[in-house]
Design a protein around this ligand. Structure first.
Ligand code: SF4
Ligand code: SF4
Length: 297
């Protein structure tokens, strides 16, 4: 128990707002968002933690100049989370033993982070399909690290209840809550899932062969990042302090017309190490976003 408390304290000291432990888990632990049976770390414990990016940046109105990059992408918070967990892994190794490979980091990977976060009590699922934490709403990135020693498992809080899958959404209108009403394309179903082929952020991340006209007309000046369904959520409207990071800084606005003139190599160099430099977006995806944003300038 002392070991678990010490580890938890170190994770919080490293800037994470919440940390939980999962033992090797039962794939059916959460029937609402089941954990795929194929996913097993093989480790005695899995540490799962939330790193806040918050909302205390200066508000940037969509009407200002250029194409807009959402706050969550103005730094590479995934890289920041990995860096912080790597440092923690090295401290844990020194204190408690184990090999470097025992401290495997899972962040922005195919890991089913929502079911894991729910099962461990890191947060609850919102009707908008996002994990909401008590400390920082859904303005967090979720990262995990395997541990080579057994620790007591944390449980969902409140206990998972199929009859009440959204325990913190009770004060919102269940038929048309703010997250549903705010989505410009009707992608938020309100049942904890999204209709991805209607989601601007899904296309902005490079998915979909083409952006349908009915989605494109709501694109606005977004170069990268739609956050309307997050911004509308009551849990994200309190002041939430984010960690500071110098990983992959991007400005709030870029000129989409200029981006459209850059070669693949120039685009890769421009966004290397940033949240827009991730392999699944690629130069073609950035050019497509820029083209759509430029139509609203
Ligand atoms: S990211 Fe934007 S388009 Fe996608 S579900 Fe949220 S509000 Fe709708
Ligand atoms: S806006 Fe309301 S219903 Fe939607 S996720 Fe937030 S709390 Fe839940």
């Amino acid at each position: 128990m002392a070991l678990k408390a010490d580890i938890g304290a170190m994770v919080l000291d490293a800037g994470f707002v919440r940390v939980r432990i999962l033992a090797p888990f039962d794939p059916v632990v959460d029937p609402h968002t089941p954990i795929p049976e194929s996913y097993q770390t093989g480790a005695p414990s899995l540490l799962i933690a939330a790193l806040p990016y918050g909302n205390l940046q200066d508000p940037v109105p969509l009407a200002a100049g250029g194409a807009y990059i959402a706050p969550f992408a103005q730094r590479n918070y995934y890289r920041e989370g990995v860096k912080r967990l790597q440092n923690l892994g090295s401290v844990f190794r020194t204190h408690y033993g184990g090999r470097k490979s025992d401290f495997r980091i899972l962040c922005n990977s195919p890991v089913p982070e929502k079911p894991l976060a729910r099962a461990a009590g890191l947060g609850v699922l919102g009707r908008n399909g996002l994990i909401i934490t008590p400390e920082a709403g859904s303005l967090v990135i979720i990262a995990a690290m395997t541990l080579p020693f057994p620790l007591e498992q944390d449980k969902a809080e409140p206990e998972l209840n199929p009859d009440n899958p959204f325990p913190w959404c009770g004060n919102c209108d269940p038929i048309c809550p703010p997250c549903v009403a705010s989505c410009p394309t009707g992608a938020v179903r309100g049942d904890g899932s999204l209709e991805l082929t209607r989601c601007i952020q899904w296309y902005a991340s490079g998915h979909g062969a083409a952006v349908p006209q009915e989605i494109a007309r709501h694109w606005g000046k977004r170069l990268y990042g739609c956050t309307d369904c997050q911004d509308a959520c009551v849990y994200n409207q309190l002041p939430i302090r984010g960690i500071s990071s110098d990983e992959g800084p991007l400005p709030a606005y870029l000129d989409p017309v200029e981006l459209g003139t850059l070669s693949n190599e120039e685009l890769k160099a421009r966004f290397k190490g940033t949240a827009m430099g991730l392999s699944w977006l690629g130069p073609e995806g950035i050019r497509r976003n820029a083209r759509l944003a430029a139509q609203s300038l």
